[in-house]
Design a protein around this ligand. Structure first.
Ligand code: F6P
Length: 549
């Protein structure tokens, strides 16, 4: 048994789970009309209603005790103090400094990083304003109309998600495109019909060594040079990175390298200059509003008492289902088309952070860590996987994200959208008993034999827990809040599980092996030193490739 599972708080929760397991939420709601008031919390216009969870007041007390026992508050303070909490890489985890909108200094290794942060924000402002005003021009003197972000993982997912979410803030004459996959189709299809004279490439890579990004950047540069000559690179390529040397080697003017720092993790870097494409497309003011939103959530996380702290509550509820109910999946379901990419962004944030198997001391853990996260926008998701959520045999915890207002004045659409959002969480909580189904069918005049046949199929167990997160409108501020909320939730869960949420060694092995496979795919030599499956697949693919060529 690990120290965590053996601890008094964990053991108390195990015993409490046995009391909660048989209870149905419909009874909990019938017994207590104040559940919404008791189990909801607000922060700067954002609401979390967690009353539709399989919890009582005692559950929340016991979970809070677990959080205290695991040192969540101290760990949070260490993060905000710039301590090297990423222990395997000996780095601070300081993305909160990127969106610090207060006058407070933020120190790493005794040095205030805020002057550097502000200098890069100013650099971004100067550049984005010049591009947006048409003062920064391509090599032939034409203004930029398309920004192509070349990056992958944390250098792509947050940017694409934010720009998709904030599409209504985009100007018609400046639009983003993205190249991430090393598959040439992504590059070719993205560049199709693009006018090189009005295209600006941003090579976004923290390390500037990521295989996919560097190959895509090299091919994009060839595409440009073929059309406009090598002189054009300095007017059509900029970089965002921590690696000045590699950026210069690539041929990008160091004046147009936007730096960030090793204390910004890749999946936490949207707030840094990695967000340059966001600032270009929606404007620096709007980008800074996003930072404001994140800062508001940081302040909530930093100062709200544990029992009213939104990220802490969400983290604890996640642990409640993952470790005590034994559920391994978590769904995130935004009811807003602009937030369609949000679940995909969260997959990296959550699964790369907390998909870990050893604790901070390197010992294998004897409990589940990060969940498998999936999701899609409602109402579309209702017509794909919701059937399983309502009547399947697998349970998962769920976050529904609802948005009260829409950017477009088609009120009927918004009413129907919100009614579906509310109906789904209600249906998942209440379910429908067989008696209710039978009574309904009776009322419709159906015969007993037919009712016997159909009633089990129309019965819903209910008691499926959901969080409801409600925003007033999708704006740069609320998108910033939402992202920061989930970042801190993931952080807290990492503390509870005693794992390092800030490294990602799990993605290294595949990268290494791919390098060894490249010559075997390219060469004509007999395949040696491979397992039978990989060797068989290699031979088969090489044969197909030859036939195809
Ligand atoms: O997938 C591994 C990873 O290191 C991510 O953590 C990171 O976001 C991504 O690769 C891209 O890295 P870079 O920004 O250095 O190109």
């Amino acid at each position: 048994m690990s120290a965590l599972t053996d601890s008094p708080a964990w053991q108390a929760l195990l015993a409490h789970h046995r009391e909660i397991e048989p209870l149905h939420m419909r009874d909990l709601f019938a017994q207590d009309t104040m559940r919404f008031e008791k189990f909801s919390v607000r922060s700067s216009g954002l609401l979390l209603d967690y009353s539709k969870n399989r919890i009582t007041e005692k559950t929340m007390e016991l979970l809070s005790t677990l959080a205290r026992q695991c040192g969540v508050i101290e760990a949070r303070d260490h993060m905000f103090a710039g301590d090297h909490i990423n222990s395997t890489e000996d780095r601070a985890v300081f993305h909160v400094a990127l969106r610090n909108r207060s006058e407070r200094p933020m120190k790493v290794d005794g040095r205030d990083v805020m002057p550097d942060v502000r200098a890069v924000l100013n650099q971004m402002r100067r550049f984005t304003e010049a591009v947006r005003r048409g003062e920064w021009q391509g090599i032939t003197g034409r203004p930029i109309k398309t920004v192509v972000n070349i990056g992958i993982g944390g250098s792509d997912l947050g940017v694409i998600m934010a720009l998709q979410s904030l599409r209504s803030y985009q100007r018609d004459d400046l639009s983003p495109r993205f190249i991430s996959n090393v598959d040439s189709s992504h590059l070719v299809e993205t560049l199709r019909n693009l006018d090189p004279e009005t295209t600006l490439f941003i090579v976004a890579s923290k390390t500037f060594t990521t295989q996919e990004t560097m190959l895509n950047a090299t091919s994009a540069r060839s595409w440009l040079v073929k059309r406009l000559g090598s002189e054009a690179v300095r007017k059509h390529f900029v970089a965002v990175s921590t690696n000045e040397e590699k950026v210069a080697d690539f041929g990008i003017d160091p004046d147009y390298m936007f730096p960030f720092w090793d204390w910004v993790g890749g999946r936490y870097s949207t707030w840094s200059a990695i967000g340059l494409a966001i600032a270009l497309v929606i404007g620096m003011d709007k980008f800074e509003e996003m930072l404001e939103g994140a800062h508001a959530m940081d302040e909530h996380f930093r100062t709200a008492p544990l029992e009213n702290n939104m990220p802490i509550i969400m983290a604890l509820l996640g642990v409640w289902y993952a470790n005590f109910f034994g559920w391994s999946t978590h769904a995130v379901l935004p009811y807003d088309q602009y937030l369609t990419r949000f679940p995909q962004y969260l997959q990296q944030l959550d699964m790369e952070s907390n998909g870990k198997r050893v604790d901070l001391q390197g010992r294998p853990v004897d409990y589940s860590t990060g969940p498998i996260l999936f999701g899609h926008a409602g109402t579309n998701a209702q017509h794909s996987f919701f059937q399983l959520l309502h009547q399947g045999q697998q349970d998962c915890s769920m976050d529904f994200i609802g948005v009260a207002n829409n950017h477009h004045p088609l009120r009927e659409h918004q009413t129907i959208l919100l009614s579906n959002f509310l109906a789904q969480t209600k249906a998942l909580m209440l379910g429908k008993t067989e008696e209710e189904v039978r009574a309904e069918l009776h009322a419709k005049g159906m015969g007993e034999a037919e009712i016997d046949k159909i009633a089990p199929h129309k019965t819903f167990p209910g008691n499926k827990p959901t969080n409801s997160i409600v925003l007033p409108l999708v704006t740069p501020f609320t998108v910033g809040q939402l992202l920061a909320l989930y970042e801190h939730k993931v952080f807290v869960q990492g503390i509870l599980w005693n794992i390092n949420s800030f490294d990602q060694w799990g993605v290294e092995l595949g990268k290494e092996l791919a390098c060894g496979i490249v010559p075997k795919l390219m060469g004509d030599e007999e395949i040696m030193n491979e397992d039978a499956s990989t060797a068989g697949l290699l031979r088969y693919m090489k044969r197909l490739k030859k036939e195809f060529i």
